[in-house]
Design a protein around this ligand. Structure first.
Ligand code: PRX
Length: 565
């Protein structure tokens, strides 16, 4: 297979990281350990390495976070961040929250969310950040499965949490105030507050730290648990891939409820002492360009759907000064070559694709700044990462052959476990290989080209959606007898969720009913899981023997229709 797009070598002025290329064969992850204090003390805590350490090293006055939402703007220094996380950590600890407890954080993209995540980690708890757009059942599934005992939220979002159905939930902390005396308000920090000592719970590298629920093609979302050791990879990729330096203003657009928003929205930048930008609110092209200009963003990590939406508003670019931008990265879904061309033509910068997954905790296949970009490829495995294309028996395939993208076990940010589901965890491996579920091929130079999924998982706007979860919700609607859900190719979102349904006798296909079914999924589950298209069928295609619904058949037909049109 050949790539018809022009290769883009590093541009002049782009940081030459070519010495990293030289380390490819000799690099070991152990060599990174020397960067951390636990290398000497044996005691570890991610929150210490992200915040307190910088204060100890004399960077307390450095801006850690710039928050922008509409006309609101707030800044926090590393010292303020330390005080706020210490205070909340002490409060949680004083009320008996301890190492290993599951603390869920349900907040919008706001400094409170970042403080809550790190305060929970500080006391050794396992934090479960929830995406701000989740609705009742998505929240319930995750908190129930994880037996969460603590929730940190605000009084508005709390309305979506089915607290009475969560038997393990013992206490709820809110960042604002409420009349309800059963809720614990987190006090605001004042300048009179003194330093709190010894609040950190020192743990082992392999102790659990953060859990993200993620969808597959079957069953409910699974809890992917990561340990404190992820810091080794997140620190190093923050240097190599994000190319973070001390004066950087870094903006990762993902919410901490998704792995990109935690691994690269919190940990990687703060392990590298960068200033992060937190933008509250929804996507709007004008606002996004304004954030870059206002905050002086230098390094920007986002997703192809967002770039495509911005591409649609190219005429706005001239109204903003975006000259602070130095390095742009992308993740989550295929980065189409047109977007890379747009970046070069409009922003005069190459967009660097990165590939990884919730389960992998950190980037694995990337375009380093020093590397030639081959549009259409996700890049090459990092030094220290061995990737291969294998068949279902675990045999390595030749260069250029299409197969399963697999990674040799043993990188530091690999998930620790799937929460209470050992069988699922083991299903990811064949021999020494971790199976991503992605289909790809690799060229002679080791560049990997993503070709799709090997299963029915849907990727819409970079968000992973399990068809089963949506189908289960659809059949709860009284009008729906059966449902099959697929990802339909879409020029902006990569894929959209499309549902095929069979109606219960007595109901007839009409736009009002479809709208009602959409709203049902949207408000029960979440907006991004809502089928943007619904088609009513008389029956669904099924296997003859087991009667299993053939989603692939529906998808094949859908793609055929697109090609014909
Ligand atoms: O199919 C791949 C796709 O997103 C999946 C992982 O999704 P998630 O766990 O939600 O993590 C997203 C962010 C780390 C992968 O199995 N994916 C991720 N990055 C890329 C991608 N597909 C194509 N190109 C990418 N760069």
């Amino acid at each position: 297979m050949t790539n018809k797009f022009i290769h883009l070598p590093p541009t002049e002025g782009e940081y030459q990281l070519s010495h990293y290329e030289g380390t490819r064969d000799v690099f070991s992850w152990e060599s990174v350990h020397a960067q951390f204090s636990w290398n000497k003390t044996g005691k570890v805590n991610m929150a210490y390495e992200c915040i307190d350490r910088h204060v100890d090293d004399g960077y307390g006055d450095k801006t850690a976070l710039i928050y922008i939402e509409g006309t609101k703007r707030e800044e926090l220094t590393f010292h303020e961040l330390k005080k706020r996380t210490d205070q909340l950590a002490a409060l949680l600890k004083s009320r008996g929250v301890k190492k290993g407890d599951r603390v869920f954080v349900f907040l919008t993209k706001h400094p409170d969310c970042y403080v809550a995540v790190l305060a929970s980690i500080k006391i050794g708890a396992i934090v479960g950040p929830l995406f701000e757009a989740f609705m009742e059942e998505a929240i319930y599934d995750r908190m129930y499965d994880c037996e969460a005992s603590v929730l940190i939220t605000n009084s508005e979002l709390l309305e979506r949490v089915p607290v009475n159905k969560l038997p393990h939930l013992k206490s709820i902390y809110i960042t604002d105030e409420s009349e309800d005396e059963s809720l614990l308000s987190i006090p605001k920090l004042t300048s009179n507050d003194t330093e709190i000592a010894d609040v950190i719970e020192w743990v082992d590298l392999n102790d659990g730290m953060i859990i993200h629920y993620t969808s597959g093609s079957t069953g409910k979302p699974k809890g992917v648990l990561h340990a404190h050791r992820v810091m080794v990879q997140q620190y190093q990729t923050g240097k190599w891939v994000l190319d973070l330096r001390d004066d950087d203003i870094y903006w990762c657009t993902a919410h901490p409820g998704w792995v990109t928003g935690s691994s690269y929205g919190i940990f990687a930048p703060w392990l590298n002492r960068a200033t992060i930008v937190v933008h509250g609110g929804r996507f709007a092209a004008e606002e996004w360009f304004d954030v870059i200009e206002q905050a002086g963003v230098t390094v920007w990590y986002s997703a192809p759907t967002a770039f495509r939406l911005l591409m649609d508003k190219t005429e706005l670019v001239k109204n903003y000064n975006l000259s602070s931008l130095r390095h742009i990265l992308s993740v989550g879904e295929p980065l189409n070559p047109e977007v890379i061309t747009w970046g070069v033509e409009t922003l005069n910068l190459r967009i660097h694709d990165t590939w990884w997954m919730t389960e992998t905790g950190g980037q694995l296949i990337v375009n380093l700044p020093s590397q030639t970009i081959k549009p259409g490829s996700m890049g090459r495995p990092l030094p220290g990462i061995q990737a291969a294309i294998i068949d279902h028996q675990g045999n390595e395939l030749k260069r250029g052959e299409l197969g399963l993208l697999a990674i040799k076990k043993g990188w530091p940010s690999m998930m620790k476990e799937i929460w209470k589901n050992e069988e699922k965890y083991h299903s990811y491996f064949i021999h020494d290989w971790y199976l991503s579920g992605d289909l790809a091929y690799m060229d002679e130079e080791g560049y990997v080209f993503f070709q799709g999924r090997d299963d029915d998982m849907i990727n819409s706007s970079g968000e992973r959606i399990g068809p089963f979860e949506v189908e289960s919700k659809l059949i709860e609607h009284p009008a729906v007898l059966e449902a099959a859900v697929i990802g339909k190719p879409d020029p902006v979102r990569g894929e959209i969720v499309k549902a095929f349904i069979v109606l219960v006798g007595g109901y007839t296909d009409n736009p009002k009913l479809k709208k009602e079914i959409q709203t049902f999924v949207r408000y029960k589950l979440s907006a991004h899981s809502m089928p943007r298209e619904i088609e009513v069928l008389d029956e669904l295609p099924k296997t003859q023997i087991s009667g299993k619904i053939l989603r692939r058949e529906l998808k094949r037909k859908e793609i055929e229709k697109l090609v014909v049109n």
